[in-house]
Design a protein around this ligand. Structure first.
Ligand code: ATP
Length: 384
C-alpha cells in the first residue's frame, strides 16, 4: 500500500508553501455545561493555522466536548470561538471550513465508499458530476480508488479510517478535527497511521486538532500538546516541554514515569535549593523560594541511574543529595527499555528506567540493594 505521503498529487494538496496558513483557531473563555457538569470550563487557547495540535487528557476531561464545539456539533454556552479572526459560534457545521473525523469513523454502512466520500459535498449542494470528480480525487489521494465501490464493512479498520479521512478532506477544510482517530486500530497500525497523519498534515498545511488520552501518541505527533483535566487546560507546550518540564502536579503525574514526592525547602543558596522529602534530600536549581516552602519535586524515571551497591564509584549511602539506597523489588523488561521498581528506606517506591542496550541493569537482581542517583537538572519543582 502506498502511504498518504506518497499518494498521487491532487487538488487536495492545495496550499502553496509560501501562502500564510489558514485555519487559526482562537478560543476565549469557552464554556460548556451539561446540567450540573461543567464539561469545558472557560478555556482560552490559540491554535496557529497549519499546526498539529493534540488535546490530551484522561477520560471525561472535556476534550471531545471542546472538539465538538469547534466543529459546531455542540453549542458554546459562554465564550467566543474565532476562526481566522471571525466569530464562528453560531455558524452551522456545514458552513464552517472545518471537517471532523469522528470516533469510530461514523461511516454510513449502506453507502459505498465513494458515496460516503461524496456525502459532505452533497450537503453543500454540489452537482452530481462535480461531486463524483472530487470524491474520486480524494479517494486517489488516500490510495482508496480500488475500494470505491465497496461497503465500509468490506474494508479493514485502517482502510475505513482512510475513508473517513477522505470524506473529511474532500470539502477542503482549513481545520480538520480528529476524535481519537487511532483508537480502533491495532498497535502496529496505530504506529504507522500516526506517521501518516503527520505526513498528511505537513502536506496539506491545514490545522489538525486531534483528541487522545494516549500520552505517547500525543508526544509523537503534535507540534503543540494541550493537556486538559476537569474541563480546564493544565499546560500547553511542545512535546519536549510538556514531557521534560511538566507545569504542575497533574501534568507530571499524567505524562507518566515521573517520580513525584512532596517536600519542603530546607536550604537555599545561589539559585539552588535543598528539598527534604521524607528522608530524601534533593538538590534543584530554583531561585526565589523561601525556607520551609512546601512543593512537590519530580524526577523522571529515565533520568535515574541505578547501580549495584558494589559497582565501582558508587558513593557511600549518606554522601550528598540526589541519591538514595533502595531495594530492587521488580525488574520490568519491556524490550527497548527496562523499568526498575525500587523501594526506598522510607517505604516509598521510586522507578528508574534504562535503555535495554546500556545493559547497566544486568548486574541488578530483585531483592538486592541498589544505588539510585540523578542530576541537579533532573529535579523539577512543581509549585502549582
Ligand atoms: P473520553 O476520552 O472518555 O471521550 P473526554 O475527555 O472526551 O472523555 P467529554 O466526552 O468531553 O470528555 O466529557 C466531559 C464531561 O462532560 C464528562 O463528565 C461527560 O460525562 C460530560 N458529558 C459529555 N457529553 C455529555 C452529554 N451529551 N450530556 C451530559 N454530559 C455529557
Amino acid at each position: 500500500m502506498a502511504s498518504v505521503a506518497t499518494a498521487t498529487q491532487s487538488n487536495l494538496a492545495h496550499a502553496a508553501p509560501d501562502q500564510p496558513a489558514k485555519g487559526t483557531v482562537v478560543l476565549r473563555g469557552v464554556t460548556k455545561r451539561f446540567g450540573e457538569t461543567i464539561a469545558v470550563d472557560s478555556v482560552d487557547l490559540t491554535v496557529p493555522g497549519g499546526s498539529y495540535v493534540v488535546l490530551l487528557g484522561p477520560s471525561g476531561c472535556g476534550k471531545t466536548t471542546l472538539l465538538r464545539m469547534i466543529g459546531g456539533h455542540e453549542r458554546i454556552d459562554a465564550g467566543e470561538f474565532l476562526l481566522d479572526g471571525v466569530n464562528t459560534n453560531d455558524v452551522p457545521p456545514a458552513r464552517r471550513d472545518i471537517s471532523t473525523v469522528f470516533q469510530h469513523y461514523g461511516l454510513f454502512p449502506h453507502k459505498s465508499v465513494r458515496d460516503n466520500v461524496e456525502f459532505g459535498l452533497k450537503m453543500r449542494g454540489q452537482s452530481k458530476e462535480a461531486r463524483r470528480k472530487r470524491a474520486d480525487e480524494a479517494l486517489a489521494f488516500l490510495d482508496l480508488t480500488a475500494y470505491a465501490d465497496r461497503k465500509p464493512r468490506q474494508l479493514s479498520g485502517g482502510q475505513q479510517q482512510r475513508v473517513a479521512l477522505a470524506r473529511a478532506l474532500v470539502t477542503e477544510p482549513t481545520v480538520l478535527l480528529l476524535d481519537e482517530p487511532l483508537g480502533d486500530l491495532d498497535r502496529l497500525l496505530q504506529l504507522r497511521m500516526r506517521v501518516e497523519l503527520r505526513a498528511l498534515q505537513r502536506r496539506l498545511r491545514i490545522t489538525f486538532i486531534h483528541v487522545t488520552h494516549n500520552q505517547e501518541e500525543a508526544l509523537a505527533i503534535a507540534d503543540q500538546i494541550v493537556v486538559m483535566q476537569d474541563g480546564r487546560i493544565q499546560q500547553v507546550g511542545r512535546p519536549q516541554e510538556v514531557y521534560t518540564r511538566p507545569a504542575n502536579l497533574f501534568t507530571s503525574g499524567f505524562m507518566g514515569d515521573n517520580n513525584v514526592m512532596p517536600g519542603r525547602v530546607s536550604a537555599t543558596e545561589d539559585g539552588q535549593v535543598w528539598i527534604e522529602a521524607d528522608g530524601l534530600t534533593l538538590l534543584a536549581r530554583h531561585a526565589g523560594l523561601s525556607l520551609g516552602q512546601a512543593m512537590h519535586a519530580s524526577v523522571r524515571a529515565s533520568a535515574i541511574v541505578a547501580q549495584p551497591m558494589t559497582a565501582e564509584g558508587v558513593a557511600a549511602p549518606d554522601d550528598g543529595p540526589n541519591q538514595a539506597t533502595a531495594t530492587l523489588v521488580f525488574l520490568e523488561y519491556l524490550g527497548d527499555v527496562v523499568k526498575l521498581h525500587c523501594r526506598l528506606a522510607n517505604g516509598q517506591m521510586m522507578t528508574a528506567k534504562q535503555a535495554e542496550r546500556e545493559r547497566s541493569w544486568s548486574g541488578l537482581a530483585e531483592g538486592e540493594p541498589v544505588r539510585l542517583s540523578w542530576g541537579i537538572d533532573d529535579v523539577q519543582l512543581l509549585l502549582g
